[in-house]
Ligand binder design. Structure first.
Ligand SMILES: NC(=O)c1ccc[n+]([C@@H]2O[C@H](COP(=O)([O-])OP(=O)(O)OC[C@H]3O[C@@H](n4cnc5c(N)ncnc54)[C@H](O)[C@@H]3O)[C@@H](O)[C@H]2O)c1
Ligand SMILES: [Zn+2]
Ligand SMILES: [Zn+2]
Length: 386
């Protein structure tokens, strides 16, 4: 089948000779992909920043598809069902799944000391092949895959597998109270969705920070917020303090993660010398610009080793730090309602639609932030039969 093939940092291609996945366990399903997306988390892999990313892997953890085959133990899903498949692979029965911490499943990842299994990620997340392909093996098929509701646009459905719940959870972890000032670092798909969702929790003011003008312009319109370029500031922390009566924001959201720009020291130690797990620049800014007693919500991804974070500021300001991978299955019912009722318009962030064959270009455009790219969608050759 046609599938994305990782060859090493900044080197991926579409190959035609990957074997079609087979049922390996009674709870598996094989899904024929109809749409998939590239995520900012894929860029961490693409940039060679995630340990144990193996050559030959197929990435992709945001996809919709049609059930092609089911294992003997699968009871809910049927051949022919049109499904959206959350990025977390969750068993549904371990103590963490029972608490709806589906991103922290203890069964789906052999390295399960922290994160659960994901589709199309490094072997630290279980090493499952992903959805930037024509077919995917979906374990625990009765747990997370969700039938696409009648009348829902497939482009909205595919964004419900990650970006929408992730942005929503970023806002939720911020514990936003009515009238709060919320600062979101990062105007990528996740930051854009976090800014949009902050209003659903009652925010009174939403400010987004990035250094890409086209994304700042986009988020202003899409999420009805203020947006500022940190390259035009002497110091983003001082700028934000000034914006918030010198107290600081009530809530700061890091929607950037370990690939952050903006600090030479962080870039050299985190991205060039790999002395820490990527650069934590946005995290520093979030901790330093939130008010005393405020909440910092970290949805941007950091790897397992460690980062240099200002513990003294966290402690002495009495900051609450909340972070996790999104728990997609937990949030889906609510978010499907928001989309069906028109309160959220996920597909509005898709800027590029490319055939799967052109995946190498799609990664390049998204990674280099070319051509005003916000979110690229991939369409496999047989998707037309959907
Ligand atoms: N926790 C989860 O479940 C989850 C799920 C999906 C994605 N993520 C993570 O969310 C993050 C964002 O994903 P995305 O798809 O929006 O990625 P993206 O790369 O498209 O966007 C990141 C944005 O951050 C901006 N940026 C860089 N340095 C910055 C800084 N210091 N301050 C402010 N902005 C800065 C970039 O210009 C870019 O626009 C990534 O780390 C991704 O891995 C987490
Ligand atoms: Zn993702
Ligand atoms: Zn589990």
């Amino acid at each position: 089948m046609l599938a994305m093939n990782y060859r090493g940092p900044f080197r991926i291609r579409a190959d035609r000779d990957k074997p079609v996945p087979q049922i390996q366990h009674p709870f598996d399903a094989i899904v024929r992909v109809t749409r998939s997306l590239i995520c900012g988390s894929d860029l961490h892999l693409y940039h060679g920043m995630v340990p144990d990313t193996r050559v030959g892997m197929t990435f992709g953890h945001e996809f919709t598809g049609i059930v092609e085959e089911v294992g003997s133990g699968v009871q809910k899903l049927k051949v022919g069902d049109r499904v959206l498949v959350p990025f977390n692979i969750a068993c549904g029965t371990c103590p963490f799944c029972k608490q709806e911490l589906y991103g922290n499943c203890h069964e789906s990842n052999p390295e399960a000391t922290a994160v659960g299994g994901f589709f199309g990620y490094a072997h630290i997340a279980g090493g499952y092949d992903g959805g930037q392909a024509e077919y995917v093996r979906v374990p625990y098929a009765d747990v997370s895959p969700t039938i696409i509701p009648e009348g829902m646009d497939i482009e909205d459905a595919v964004l419900l597998t990650d970006v929408v719940p992730t942005g929503y959870q970023a806002a939720e972890m911020g514990g936003i109270r009515k009238g709060d000032t919320v600062v979101v670092f990062g105007a990528g798909p996740v930051g854009i969705m976090a800014a949009r969702c902050a209003w659903l929790f009652g925010a009174g003011r939403v400010i987004v920070i990035d250094h890409l003008d086209y994304r700042l312009e986009f988020v202003k319109k899409y999420a009805y917020c203020e947006a500022y370029n940190f390259k035009e500031m002497d110091d983003p922390v001082v700028f934000l303090k000034k914006q918030t009566d010198w107290f600081g924001a009530d809530v700061c959201i890091d929607a950037v993660g370990c690939d952050a720009a903006g600090s030479a020291m962080q870039t050299i130690t985190g991205k060039k010398l790999l002395l820490q797990a990527g650069s934590a620049t946005a995290l520093h800014w979030a901790i330093n610009s939130v008010k005393k007693g405020g909440i910092v919500s970290v949805i941007g991804v950091y790897g397992p080793p460690f980062n240099l974070v200002p513990m003294g500021s966290l402690m002495n300001k009495g900051i609450t730090l909340r972070t996790n991978q999104a728990s997609v299955k937990r949030l889906l019912p609510k978010l499907i309602d928001h989309v069906m009722a028109g309160r959220l318009n996920p597909k509005g962030i898709i800027t590029h639609r490319l055939p799967l064959e052109e995946i190498s270009d799609a990664y390049h455009i998204f990674s280099a932030k070319r051509d005003n790219c916000i979110k690229p969608l991939l369409i496999p050759p047989r998707a037309a039969m959907a």
